[in-house]
Design a protein around this ligand. Structure first.
Ligand SMILES: CC(C)(COP(=O)(O)OP(=O)(O)OC[C@H]1O[C@@H](n2cnc3c(N)ncnc32)[C@H](O)[C@@H]1OP(=O)(O)O)[C@@H](O)C(=O)NCCC(=O)NCCS
Length: 158
């Protein structure tokens, strides 16, 4: 089995992270794009922690999480299209779940764009859809309105 290493990103990873982001989200840009109110996806500020997943020292996937008092918010999952379906996002999620448990947090949350169909991926990873509403931050050339679905995962006690 391929050895995937997950670690916190450092400043020197910025180019690799930006590149993976552009590659992974290129197909998504046919469906939606950030509007003027969206934050930069590759930005890492304040309480947001960016992770990278690498194989043989090469960064192939990335994700962010932010801790709130009662949950960990996950976002910006992106995997190099040439290395998708190899368990990289799963490895990032497992890492985040470990961090949550260590902080005695039992709830994870992710917001997905409904029109991408990504909710199905999160469901396979154990998340449940909680609510869907029109997006205030994303726009689209294809859809008149873009919707955001809030997905949550309850972690079992260790
Ligand atoms: C979503 C994404 C990060 C998944 O990364 P990944 O490393 O390929 O995911 P994994 O290999 O860990 O897959 C874990 C499980 O998720 C599900 N899954 C992942 N990609 C899927 C797809 N394209 N279609 C259906 N199920 C999928 C499967 O159940 C998979 O397990 P399996 O391969 O054993 O069946 C990747 O497809 C991506 O970068 N997409 C474009 C950017 C994006 O949409 N990000 C999410 C923003 S909310």
């Amino acid at each position: 089995m391929t050895d995937i290493r997950v670690r916190a990103a450092v400043a020197a990873d910025q180019d690799a992270v930006g590149w993976i982001h552009r590659l992974a989200f290129a197909p998504m840009r046919e469906i939606y794009r950030p509007g003027p109110r969206a934050h930069s996806a590759t930005q890492q500020t304040g309480s947001i922690v960016r992770l990278v997943a690498e194989i043989d020292g090469r960064i192939l996937a990335t994700a962010c999480y932010e801790r709130t008092p009662d949950l960990l918010e996950l976002f910006s999952f992106a995997c190099d299209p040439a290395h998708q379906r190899q368990g990289l996002a799963c490895a990032l999620l497992r890492h985040i779940e470990t961090i949550a448990r260590q902080a005695s947090i039992r709830r994870l949350r992710a917001v997905v764009v409904a029109e991408t169909g990504n909710a199905a991926i999160y469901e396979r990873l154990g998340f449940t859809s909680v609510a869907t509403s029109p997006s205030m931050i994303f726009t689209s050339n294809r859809f008149p309105v873009i919707h955001e679905t809030v997905m949550e995962k309850q972690l079992e006690a260790p």
